[in-house]
Design a protein around this ligand. Structure first.
Ligand code: GH3
Ligand code: MG
Ligand code: MG
Length: 354
């Protein structure tokens, strides 16, 4: 059925055959008029089905090129006006120094840049001693017009290449998403990181100001965390960070978010929340930490506490100013004895104005 397809290549107006740019390393390669036999050509996949008469006519039109291992055939970015069919050996397609694909016996290379009148998109070199049949532009078009099978085969190969390129693009998109995700999260706790906060907080603030909705931000810092590292080792400190991460997740609402912005410092974002609601949410978290038992490697660790500075969004606020106020408030919580939540207007411990 495939044979009924009419392949009409839109040919460019025929210019007198141009010599074309020198093939990389062609100078040093053995380049001779093709004395290759029709029997050999008949076996090549890209010429299969092409009649002997056409192959007979092809022999004197084509040339042979012998490459030593490592010799370059095409160089990325350089023009190419020839199509090569691998008679024996193997070519390696290289992009940015890493092998992209191999071109084996019977397969062709160079057709994409020739058809698109564009530079070679990758560098191609001989993986091992390789013998090639060289079709100049004129011969290539003659063969495409003379052999329906060659043309159909060419279309099929181009379609497959397009398909595999599309697959590679999809893979790249998925990989890029993964990298973006990794760049925005903290490897230890899986929380969002400082970069995420810098990117996202301005949008959150803007949205709340625009909608006149309340928003609270808390800065949380583990108390005397250095002592845990100093007394039990860094790995024990990491275990505490992980457990506190779990407590944060368990005690915040799904709409809330948290970022680990420094060693033992977290920012909690409580959207659509007024200060009283935020106070009870972060106090619940603070108490959960204070009453949790921590352990590392089967051994119990001493009690761990956190201090928090909580602020509410004001109309004129910008994200930096909001974080700065939260940081100042956290400092006040540390100054007032730690294991404590401080917020503007709370007053000092024992102050009945709380
Ligand atoms: P304060 O109550 O005033 O906050 O005292 P602190 O000891 O918690 O604060 P300080 O800033 O003196 O020490 C923070 C420590 O956190 C020092 C640093 O080694 C440790 N740290 C930072 N990142 C990590 C981490 O990823 N893992 C571990 N285990 N420790 C970390
Ligand atoms: Mg600390
Ligand atoms: Mg700190």
């Amino acid at each position: 059925m495939i044979r009924t397809i009419h392949v009409g290549f839109a040919r460019k107006p025929r210019k007198p055959p141009q010599p074309g740019p020198p093939v990389a390393s062609e100078e040093s390669a053995r380049d001779q008029a093709s004395g290759v036999s029709v029997a050999v050509l008949r076996e090549l996949q890209s010429l299969q089905g092409t009649g002997d008469q056409i192959l007979d006519a092809l022999v004197p039109r084509a040339r042979l090129l012998q490459l030593e291992a490592g010799q370059q055939l095409l160089r990325r970015g350089e023009p190419n006006l020839r199509v090569y069919i691998v008679i024996s050996g193997r070519l390696r397609v290289v992009l940015d120094d890493s092998p992209l694909a191999y071109i084996d016996r019977g397969e062709t290379v160079g057709e994409l840049s020739l058809l698109a009148s564009s530079a070679a998109t990758a560098t191609v070199a001989a993986e091992e001693a390789t013998q090639l049949l060289v079709l100049d532009e004129e011969t290539f078009w003659w063969l495409a017009e003379s052999s329906h099978e060659f043309s159909v085969g060419l279309l099929v190969r181009l379609a497959k290449r397009l398909r595999s390129n599309n697959d590679a693009v999809q893979e790249n998109i998925a990989l890029r998403r993964q990298f973006e995700q990794a760049a925005l999260s903290d490897a230890l706790t899986g929380f969002r990181n400082r970069r995420w906060l810098d990117q996202t907080l301005p949008r959150i603030v803007q949205r709340h100001i625009h909608a006149s909705e309340p928003l609270c931000i808390a800065m949380m810092d583990i108390d005397h965390f250095k002592q845990i590292n100093d007394n039990y080792g860094h790995a024990a400190g990491d275990a505490v960070l992980l457990q506190i991460g779990r407590l944060v997740r368990d005690n915040l609402r799904p709409a809330d978010s948290a970022a680990r912005i420094g060693g033992e410092e977290f920012v909690l974002i409580l959207p659509q929340t007024l200060l009283p609601g935020a106070i009870s949410a972060v106090e619940r978290l603070r108490e959960a930490v204070a009453s949790a038992s921590f352990e590392y490697d089967g051994g119990a660790l001493p009690q761990v506490t956190v201090s928090l500075g909580l602020v509410a969004l004001e109309r004129s606020a910008n994200p930096l100013e909001l974080l700065g106020r939260a940081d100042d408030t956290l400092y006040a919580a540390k100054q007032s004895g730690r294991n404590r939540t401080e917020w503007p207007g709370r007053g000092t411990p024992g102050d009945p104005g709380r």
